[in-house]
Design a protein around this ligand. Structure first.
Ligand code: GLY
Length: 266
């Protein structure tokens, strides 16, 4: 978590863009096999890794996303390239891979994304209902006042091939509007989609003006109306942070000029 926060911070403190900062932070987490994103992701019903990711810049509501993508180590960078290309927002599966090739993003060996831990979990889980864990995300505000948000995940363990969760969907797992804030969500993707959690969280933030309160109300919405569990990280246009979760654990790292080094509440 510290490494990810610092990767983003290095960019922001040098005057870089929030969009670059959230991409850099999420890449660090995708590369860490301890999280359910990139290498180390959970396996689907067929024992394969299929990745979802999305990224959004809150000035012009520019966004990019990928879903059910195999063979890409850093799907957040693929989502970023889709944002930069500006034509489409969401590409899936083989079409996303074709775009990756045209954008110069190398495919990796699918086996390189599968860790022994996830292979064991998959074998133990065999036919049991899927569980949730370890989606990664980042939100950032840069010196020019731009807010960006990014989310990346392997989805739910044992999911059906082709299943797409909230992390690929702008407004659900990821949303940013520089005049309001940015949010990245984790948890039960079907529940998050049901209540369009990212967009609703920013609506609460706009009304209440308090990111801690908005985060808590949004997680209540997820549990009560979405009928699922999860959490979110939230940042407002003034740089104030909020986070909340209904799951047993959701590690968070926060970095700001006042803090000097990443603060991890856990
Ligand atoms: N929140 C991650 C997923 O359900 O796919």
């Amino acid at each position: 978590m510290r490494a990810a926060a610092l990767a983003g911070w290095r960019i922001l403190s040098a005057g870089g863009a929030a969009l670059d900062a959230v991409e850099a932070a999420v890449r660090v987490l995708e590369d860490d096999p301890g999280f359910n994103a990139g290498r180390g992701s959970v396996l689907n019903r067929d024992g394969m890794v299929e990745l979802d990711a999305s990224i959004m810049e809150g000035d012009r509501l520019q966004c990019g996303a990928v879903a059910a993508v195999p063979r890409v180590a850093n799907p957040i960078t693929l989502a970023r390239r889709i944002l930069d290309a500006g034509r489409h927002i969401l590409l899936v599966g083989e079409g996303a891979l074709a775009f990756a090739r045209s954008a110069g993003i190398a495919e990796c060996d699918p086996a390189a994304l599968v860790t022994d831990r996830q292979r064991r979990r998959h074998a133990e889980r065999a036919a049991r209902r899927s569980t949730i864990g370890g989606t990664v995300g980042a939100v950032a505000l840069d010196r020019s006042g731009t807010i960006a948000a990014a989310t990346s995940t392997g989805g739910t363990a044992g999911k059906a091939p082709g299943r797409v969760g909230d992390s690929a969907l702008i407004g659900c797992g990821t949303y940013a509007e520089s005049s309001v804030g940015g949010v990245s969500c984790t948890g039960d993707g079907e529940a998050i989609i049901r209540v369009v959690l990212g967009h609703r969280t920013l609506a609460y933030l706009k009304d209440a003006g308090d990111p801690e309160y908005a985060a808590k109300v949004a997680v209540d919405l997820l549990v009560e109306e979405g009928r699922g569990q999860g959490g979110l990280i939230l940042l407002d246009w003034r740089g104030r942070t909020g986070y909340a979760y209904s799951t047993p654990l959701m590690p968070v790292a926060i970095m700001s000029p006042a803090l000097g080094e990443p603060r991890t509440p856990f």
